[in-house]
Ligand binder design. Structure first.
Ligand SMILES: Cc1cc2nc3c(=O)[nH]c(=O)nc-3n(C[C@H](O)[C@H](O)[C@H](O)COP(=O)(O)O)c2cc1C
Length: 198
């Protein structure tokens, strides 16, 4: 068993400064820590990768940042992704990152191990009135169908995101803030069950 698999990893599918989805992921980190759950926030902006291309992969290999991010995923049992919606789908940043990480494989290791052995929770925030929920349909498909991951059925979407957070970064809508807490708590419990630390 990998060390620290009881910990949760949080990241957003946006590297934008002032990203609403980063805010949502950071709120989830705050909620996790307030409830005694060890949490790590990663900014995908710190893991830049070129646009995936098999010729590039063949000539230059897998980017170091894809290996680094996978290593980070490996020491966390559960992963929370706050994903913006671009044209009813996921952002190119998130898809490109997942595509590269899906190519990292140690010798003798079955494909997609890091996805198949972790549990995921998904969330979204958008200035729009649907809160990016349509992008989560795509993200769920990519994670569960494409990458073989276990994805919790509960998810959170934050509409009208520009006015949704208070000055402390909490959601003004209390039931929605509670839903983030519920999802984070369930993610932590599911990760423990999956990794036999329950
Ligand atoms: C190319 C593009 C497509 C977008 N498509 C959608 C969309 O389909 N639905 C939506 O709610 N917002 C859409 N948006 C707006 C994003 O939700 C908004 O830019 C949001 O702030 C992105 O998340 P972030 O704040 O975490 O960077 C789109 C934005 C861009 C740049």
């Amino acid at each position: 068993m990998m060390p620290h698999t009881h910990k949760l990893l949080f990241f957003a599918g946006s590297a934008r400064e002032g990203s609403f989805n980063k805010k949502l992921a950071q709120l989830a980190v705050h909620i996790a820590e307030a409830n005694g759950i060890a949490a790590t926030f990663a900014d995908l902006g710190d893991y830049p990768m070129p646009l995936f291309n098999r010729d590039l992969e063949a000539s230059e290999g897998i980017p170091e940042n894809a290996r680094k991010l996978r290593a980070l995923m490996q020491v966390h049992g559960g992963i929370f992704i706050a994903a913006p919606e671009y044209n009813a789908s996921v952002t190119p940043l998130l898809k490109n990152t997942l595509d590269w990480v899906s190519r990292v494989r140690d010798e003798g290791e079955p494909p997609l191990q890091v996805f198949k052995t972790r549990v995921f929770a998904i969330a979204s925030a958008s200035p729009g009135r649907f809160g990016g929920v349509r992008g989560l349909i795509t993200l769920r498909q990519v994670l569960a169908v494409g990458l073989g991951a276990l994805v919790l059925p509960e998810q959170v979407s934050v509409p009208h995101a520009e006015g949704a957070f208070d000055e402390k970064g909490h959601l003004k809508d209390k039931p929605r803030q509670e839903l983030v807490k519920t999802v984070v708590g369930k993610l932590a419990r599911a990760a423990k069950v999956l990794h036999g630390e329950g």
